[in-house]
Design a protein. Structure first.
Length: 225
């Protein structure tokens, strides 16, 4: 039985009245049934695309963090090896508490990776450390933008996120375009090691009341581990 509010006396006999004897009734009923069926069978096509913006954006950054950690680990191991050879004190990794698990990387591996020796390893150590710091900070940024920690960017959150990254936002813009804009901006700032722009974006979110939550901190600890 389909009910409607009486706006046309020829269709409905009264408020919340039963629709009778009109061709519109079966058509309306069929439309509602098909809508409900589509939503039930394919929920991801109706609401899931919006929900996936957060997942796809953070997964993209997480994948890059994994690569950056591997690069940093290689530079760190070889700097350690070169310093052991020279019996000199090791430099500290400023701003990053994560440390690689010692490996059995051979002397030949470091000499092959850094034919210029200590200088090449130190340069790569500084470079990979900075790149890893950018990717980790960007991940923190993406988590902070999910203000209520529900792993979904609601319309207000996605608007604030895009604008804080100096990206244009238009109402009704499809989620795939939002994901592309976010990941491309991350790739660009990551490649250029643009920490200044990233911190300005973080500051913009903080001015809007966003904060690092205990849930964000736990996730960052997991990624850095």
């Amino acid at each position: 039985m389909i009910f409607c509010q009486a706006s046309n006396p020829n269709i409905c006999s009264g408020h919340h009245a039963l629709i009778r004897c009109r061709p519109e009734a079966p058509l309306l009923a069929a439309g509602i049934f098909l809508t409900a069926l589509t939503y039930g069978l394919f929920p991801g096509d109706s609401l899931g695309s919006e929900n996936r913006v957060f997942q796809q954006f953070t997964q993209h950054i997480d994948q890059q963090i994994h690569k950056d950690k591997q690069a940093f680990a290689q530079a760190n191991r070889c700097v350690s090896w070169f310093y052991r050879e020279k019996k000199a004190p090791l430099p500290s990794a400023q701003g990053i508490s994560w440390s690689a698990i010692p490996s059995s990387q051979s002397e030949m591996d470091c000499l092959h990776a850094y034919p210029s020796g200590m200088d090449g390893a130190q340069d790569d150590f500084a470079k990979t450390q900075t790149i890893l710091a950018v990717s980790l900070t960007f991940y923190e940024f993406a988590l902070v933008a999910d203000r209520n920690d529900d792993a979904i960017y609601n319309p207000t959150e996605i608007t604030d996120l895009l604008r804080s990254l100096s990206l244009s936002y238009y109402d009704g813009e499809p989620p795939p375009k939002q994901v592309t804009a976010l990941t491309e901006q991350f790739d660009h700032w990551h490649h250029s090691r643009n920490m200044d722009a990233l911190m300005q974006g973080m500051s913009d979110l903080y001015e809007r009341g966003y904060r690092v939550t205990p849930s964000d901190r736990a996730e960052l600890d997991r990624v850095m581990g």
